[in-house]
Design a protein around this ligand. Sequence first.
Ligand code: 13P
Length: 279
Amino acid sequence: MLVTMKKLLARAKNNNCAVGAFSVGNMEMIMGVIKAAEEMNTPVIIQIAEKRLMNSPLELMAPMMVSAAKNAKVDVAVHLDHGLTEECISKALEYGFTSVMLDSSLKPFDENIALTRRIVEKASLYGATVESELGVVGGNEGDTEEHIITCTDPKMAEVFCNETRIDALAVAIGNAHGNYPVSPELRLDVLEQIYSRIDIPLVLHGGTGITEEMFRKCISLGIRKINIATAGFDGLSAYSKKYCDRTDKPDYFTLSAEMVNGVYENTKKHIKIFNNKEN
Ligand code: 13P
């Protein structure tokens, strides 16, 4: 069933867990995520970043994502990740996304507030949830540029949330998009300060490669949404390669099933951690 992200974040808070937000780039990825979520009877978020629309156009992805959510046996929110332009955010809302992220984290603070306010106003017309980012997450999300990490300032985060009335805040605590050279030691001290000042759910980007122990610590400090992109794409590629390597004549239908499987296994592994239960 298609639901707002806000509903899933509130549920995560009540259950002291986090909801997984899995990036998708084609039909097989959508199917793999939903299959895992249904099997584990756990709500999920499926998302796509604006920069990824170069490969996977919104006019094709959006109807598939929304339809998959509507037909799922569990609650699913459909989210625009790293929205960079108001135009793209508006289109996603028109297509029925139940959540959007504005990423103007590289803009000056006041400008970030002003832009975010506009999106909050627009999204409210659709009853959609809004996530925004403060500080700079490292790496890149489909961008050519590598960003240097700047941790979120807890005091500025408090002002930002009060001024914008967003529903969820993406924090920068040493996390980065893409594969880490080694699992990061995140700045839990910074997260703790943010959590003590802010009431709304917090979002952790750059989930690929973070250890189970670190995920659990982050959940205990208010992280309610965790983004996983690279691990899903890598899972799809690895399963596809393994299949192509073991046959002389790969056929599309088996390849497609392997793609679903690769994403399904990755999603299941992360949902299990994010549910934050002692086995
Ligand atoms: P990873 O690619 O590191 O999993 O990051 C995902 C993300 O934060 C998408 O916004």
